[in-house]
Design a protein around this ligand. Structure first.
Ligand code: ADP
Ligand code: MG
Length: 245
């Protein structure tokens, strides 16, 4: 896969509290166009919240979010969400629509394509994830790995400049994880800008350009995978890695 119109993405000194719970306490994350940033860290460290702030599902209390070097905080949030594709742990496919309609739906609603053209583009996207032959069946007849690939196709159909993955393989049976990670690696190699929250340390180490370790709402360490995995500087990261590796 190639020829994405990737953008660079940056979070600058982002703060967010839920009531008294300060969940993000001055986060900086810089993702140059065409690179993949993985975000690792213990449960509750603020990883999902960071993604949600970066696509403005939640407004930050302070700080800035920049796409292609321009602050997006004053733009229409719907416009931003169209530029950032998101894939979750739960695939969130519509159960009563066919696989093809699941992908075509957003094309009709958000990109306002006519029905036939939406169907054509949906089939092309399904082809890219190896599931064109499943276009006319319901999602429930697919494996979890196939459903997640449909969710990825649906996000890609919007022609996003950036893709977010939030533990996209955590709900999958172990034997299905590989296919989804391979697809994500293809996207990364094809030049998509990606932010990947993951427990898959193999993906983080081998595919991502930078690794960011969060704990307690701050970035504790960040750098290229070789540095973060082979030469962790803090006890917190050393402890985390010894638990997960
Ligand atoms: P992670 O993805 O790293 O596991 P989260 O970003 O989901 O962490 O959560 C970080 C903290 O924010 C947790 O303490 C969680 O309870 C809290 N939190 C997340 N979402 C909400 C919300 N909508 N309302 C209140 N607290 C929340
Ligand atoms: Mg999370």
């Amino acid at each position: 896969m190639s020829q994405f119109t990737s953008g660079s993405l940056e979070a600058k000194n982002v703060h967010l509290a839920f009531g008294h719970n300060k969940v993000l306490r001055g986060i900086d994350l810089s993702v140059p166009a065409g690179t993949t940033a993985s975000v690792i860290g213990p449960s509750g460290s603020g990883k999902s919240t960071l993604l949600r702030v970066m696509n403005r599902l939640i407004e930050p209390d302070a700080g800035d979010i920049l796409l292609d070097g321009k602050s997006v905080l004053k733009d229409n949030p719907d416009e931003l969400r169209r530029r950032i594709g998101m894939v979750f742990q739960q695939f969130n496919l519509f159960p009563h629509k066919s696989v093809g309609e699941n992908v075509a739906f957003a094309l009709r609603k958000l990109r306002k394509l006519p029905k036939e053209q939406a169907r054509e583009e949906a089939l092309e996207q399904l082809d890219l994830v190896g599931l064109r032959h499943k276009a006319d069946v319901r999602p429930a007849t697919l494996s979890g790995g196939q459903q997640q690939r449909v969710a990825i196709a649906r996000a890609l159909a919007m022609k996003p400049e950036v893709m977010f993955f939030d533990e996209a393989t955590s709900a999958l049976d172990p034997e299905l994880v590989k296919g989804v990670l391979a697809l994500m690696a293809d996207l990364a190699k094809g030049g998509m800008t990606m932010v990947v929250v993951t427990h898959e340390m193999g993906f983080s180490r081998n595919v991502s350009d930078t690794v960011t370790f969060m704990d307690g709402g701050v970035v504790v360490e960040s750098g290229p995978p070789g540095q973060v995995f082979e030469n962790p500087q803090t006890e917190r990261l050393q402890g985390f890695l010894s638990d997960v590796l």
